[in-house]
Design a protein around this ligand. Structure first.
Ligand code: NAP
Ligand code: GDD
Length: 362
């Protein structure tokens, strides 16, 4: 039985990857961080699964990493843990560098010091943010990097240190340069999930308006569930290599917003330009989308578009299993149901409070 260690198992990708590896018969170990509140919603369904184990470790703490490596002695490591929010990296640049850059070094060096260098394969969660202020479109494995945020600069160190350990110590370690991938489990402050949740709430009268930043920004959005398969495929190749993973299809934030609202039953019409742009409900004329300066970044990456040819040819991976339209639909349907459940439990709570007040329920 193969043994995988996933750092960042509580995140969007970690939870899908754990499901995928368990279905392949792996023993899956994941690292979690201590928190005063329990935010393990994405992995709660694994509770009691025989081949599933959790350990405390933090990418900022070498000792915790070495302890887990010695205990688990994995055959594959998927290093997904990161401060993954680009805008947050402008507010917490030092923390981001420690986890997203030095954290990768801690994993690689830990593997060496635990005597696993020749038996353990390592996947590093790299990113299309490396292309940043893009120098060509679409971007492939040979496109020059120009990182454009503290997050991207930290991830660039991660990319190069992986390459260095591969060349210096002959270790099997690779970077997957993944373009944006989303899902119904996406964190609620990333733009796609922020939009699908807002569309669902506005459609069910739980929110008045959605405020966004740069709606002209272009992304190559895929479905996270399809992308975790690539992480695994990258570690099953004969030789360690880096791969771009993307759909090869590009859309703007505005297009994502229009489609999400359409699936929630609202046709939007955009009027105005830049900061004055607004999205109106065609049926009622109500303004539902506005632009806010708060969501603009000091430097923003605005033209990501991946070329997945190498992954298609060498990994045999189909980049178009889930289309853009299907992805938006999956997310909106999920959030419409989530909001409906929240509304219903709120209604029950309100009714109960009223009954208690009137003395109907003792
Ligand atoms: P995510 O949902 O934000 O999950 C990040 C995970 O990292 C969480 O489990 C988080 O744990 C953990 N983490 C954060 N800081 C840590 C620390 N100091 N020590 C240990 N664990 C820590 O991110 P994701 O979307 O699943 O992305 C997974 C990885 O792929 C990240 O490295 C991200 O940068 C990279 N990536 C993502 C995309 C994308 O579009 N999703 C594209 C390219 C690359 P808590 O739950 O405790 O916070
Ligand atoms: N978050 C957010 N919120 N972004 C907005 C908003 C808003 O209200 N309005 C416009 N945007 C724009 C951002 O300026 C950016 O250009 C784009 O929408 C996407 O933003 P995010 O969804 O936050 O993702 P990201 O592309 O910055 O980063 C994600 O993808 C990277 C891969 O390219 C993260 O998952 C990173 O971890 C990942 O590496």
């Amino acid at each position: 039985m193969k043994t995988a260690l996933i750092t960042g198992i509580t995140g969007q990708d970690g939870s899908f990857l754990a499901e995928f590896l368990l279905s392949k018969g792996y023993e899956v170990h994941g690292t979690i961080r201590r928190s005063s509140v329990d935010f393990r919603e994405r992995i709660a369904h694994f509770e009691g699964t025989p081949n599933f184990h959790l350990h405390y470790a933090d990418l900022g703490d070498s000792m915790s990493i070495i302890q887990v490596l010695n205990k688990v002695r994995p055959t594959e490591i998927y290093n997904l843990a990161a401060q993954s929010h680009v805008q947050v990296s402008f507010d917490s640049p030092e923390f981001t560098a420690d986890v997203d850059a030095t954290g990768v070094l801690r994993i690689l060096e830990g593997v060496r010091q635990c005597g696993l260098a020749q038996t353990c394969r390592i996947y590093q969660a790299s990113t299309s943010e490396l292309y940043g202020k893009v120098e060509e479109v679409p971007q492939n494995e040979n496109t020059p990097f120009h990182p454009y945020s503290p997050y991207a600069v930290a991830k660039l160190y991660g990319y190069w240190i992986v390459k260095e350990y591969r060349e210096a110590y002959n270790m099997y370690c690779c970077s997957g340069i993944l373009f944006n991938h989303e899902s119904e489990r996406r964190g609620e402050t990333f733009v796609t999930r922020k939009i699908t949740l807002a569309a669902a709430r506005i459609a069910q009268d739980k929110q008045d308006k959605l405020f966004l930043g740069n709606m002209d920004s272009l992304r190559d959005w895929g479905y996270a569930k399809d992308y975790v398969e690539c992480m695994w495929l990258i570690l099953q190749q004969e030789k360690p290599e880096d791969f771009v993973i993307a759909t090869g299809v590009q859309h703007s934030v505005r297009e994502f917003t229009e489609l999400a609202f359409r699936y929630a039953g609202i046709e939007l019409e955009f009027k105005g330009k830049g900061m004055d742009e607004k999205g109106y409900d065609k049926a009622t004329g109500r303004c539902l989308v506005e632009v806010s300066e708060d969501f603009y970044r000091p430097t923003d990456v605005v033209n990501l578009w991946g070329d997945p040819s190498k992954a298609r040819t060498k990994l045999g991976w189909n980049p178009n299993t889930t289309s853009f339209e299907e992805l938006v639909k999956i997310m909106v349907e999920h959030d419409m149901a989530k909001v409906a459940v929240e509304r219903e439990s709120e209604r029950v709570r309100t009714n109960l409070a009223a009954y208690l007040e009137k003395g109907i329920v003792k």
